[in-house]
Design a protein around this ligand. Sequence first.
Ligand SMILES: NC(=O)c1ccc[n+]([C@@H]2O[C@H](COP(=O)([O-])OP(=O)(O)OC[C@H]3O[C@@H](n4cnc5c(N)ncnc54)[C@H](O)[C@@H]3O)[C@@H](O)[C@H]2O)c1
Ligand SMILES: O=c1ccn([C@@H]2O[C@H](COP(=O)(O)OP(=O)(O)O[C@H]3O[C@H](CO)[C@@H](O)[C@H](O)[C@H]3O)[C@@H](O)[C@H]2O)c(=O)[nH]1
Length: 440
Amino acid sequence: MNITVVGAGYVGLVTGVSLADIGHCVTCVDVNKDKIAKLKVGLSPIHEPGLESLMQKNIDENRLSFTSSLKECLKDTDIVYIAVGTPQNKDGTANLSFIEIVAEDIALNISKDIVIVTKSTVPVGTNEYIGGLIKAKTPKDISFDIVSNPEFLREGSAISDTFNGDRIVIGAENDKAASIIEQVNKPFGVPIFKTDIRSAEMIKYASNAFLATKISFINEISTICEKLGANVDDVAKGMGKDKRVGNQFLNAGIGYGGSCFPKDTNALVQIAGGVEHDFNLLKAVINVNNNQQALLVDKARQRLGSLEGKRIALLGLAFKPNTDDMREAASIVISTGLLQEGSEVIAYDPIANENAKHVLSNEVQFANSISEALTEVNLALIITEWREIIEMDFNNVRRLMIEPIIIDGRNCFSLDMVKDKGIEYHSVGRPAVIGETVLI
Ligand SMILES: NC(=O)c1ccc[n+]([C@@H]2O[C@H](COP(=O)([O-])OP(=O)(O)OC[C@H]3O[C@@H](n4cnc5c(N)ncnc54)[C@H](O)[C@@H]3O)[C@@H](O)[C@H]2O)c1
Ligand SMILES: O=c1ccn([C@@H]2O[C@H](COP(=O)(O)OP(=O)(O)O[C@H]3O[C@H](CO)[C@@H](O)[C@H](O)[C@H]3O)[C@@H](O)[C@H]2O)c(=O)[nH]1
């Protein structure tokens, strides 16, 4: 099939590359000309494990190309995927302006029958809405179908998730369109779930909201564990042995960030509000997460007293490991909180330093290595569980820091692991360790 993917961001690029790899002829379109220029020479604008090499392979095999002209693509494409952003408006609703621009662009340039597939996360009813927008401007002799095909990949493991997903959801208004998109996806070998468009749109929001709920739930449990001397990691392990609970997404820590959970939970509260349902449970999930992101600043203050003039290292800045994405990263809230209290902040991320420089305050200092970040600091906060951070040398912690105190927002180490390292270690929902003593 000839496929056009509009929007070459985290989702669009991974989708385009993966569809090319299973044999389709794919063109990715983006309005960002710098991005297209990079992509044309085989360079990925984002850090995503395995993406660049798969992209190069498919460019070399003539199945993948890049352009900034959607009009050109529409001349001979069979399917158009929409994968542009749907960021959050100030009131929490999803901003559909990028989707509307693409819909208008398709309507003005459509020249043959096509299937339009929405990959972007959009509120229930949006596919019908954009279908209407396109229909109003499309010549009468041309027909199109709209399919909702929400995306479930995680950043940092996007390629692997695409080839090994739990399901592909296809929401269509007729069997013909559903079966075309089913055939397109068949080579992935991932189970396909077909439904109507509105249900497909809701599956995406409900899935993200449920996963966010698991995270806020375990974080609430972690706060209680900490007060009672229990270990939240063991509690989560014990809970997860029950298949009805499941053992995933029960990692306590400084909460969820990223480009999806924060905006999609807020959007779902607004979607519910739109039909006069007050989604109290989800509002509580969001509140818990907001508090959780600020937790390390409170813990730092409790440990050091005043934070004024204290030098504090942030280890890891991206919202999760294996990505350079800084959207809604906890490091933003934490660095702002520390600066407000008069601390000096020295930040380090193995990959996201450059992106972080555009997002964090210009008062934040950047280090080029863990050792540089730890030098002469009063305290180190672990924000992101990068492998390099999990494998850091505790000798450096003792040797370089003013006092070897770590507050770990991601529970990177078991308490046994840190017991003989000669450091003071605080984490989330677990007893502190000072030297060889676990403080229950
Ligand atoms: N990032 C994720 O992990 C993820 C996972 C699942 C679903 N989603 C959803 O997928 C959508 C895209 O997310 P993303 O993270 O890939 O966004 P992104 O910001 O990384 O990429 C969007 C791209 O669209 C381009 N664009 C904007 N308007 C355009 C236009 N008119 N024509 C062509 N290109 C245009 C932008 O330049 C940008 O490169 C969102 O709705 C998001 O909620 C994201
Ligand atoms: O037990 C956990 C699991 C995750 N997180 C945090 O939750 C956030 C999101 O992590 P993750 O879900 O792994 O990454 P995303 O790339 O944001 O992926 C989510 O959001 C995407 C966009 O909608 C969906 O496609 C994915 O299915 C969904 O997992 C990160 O800050 C994690 O640190 C926790 O705090 N505890």
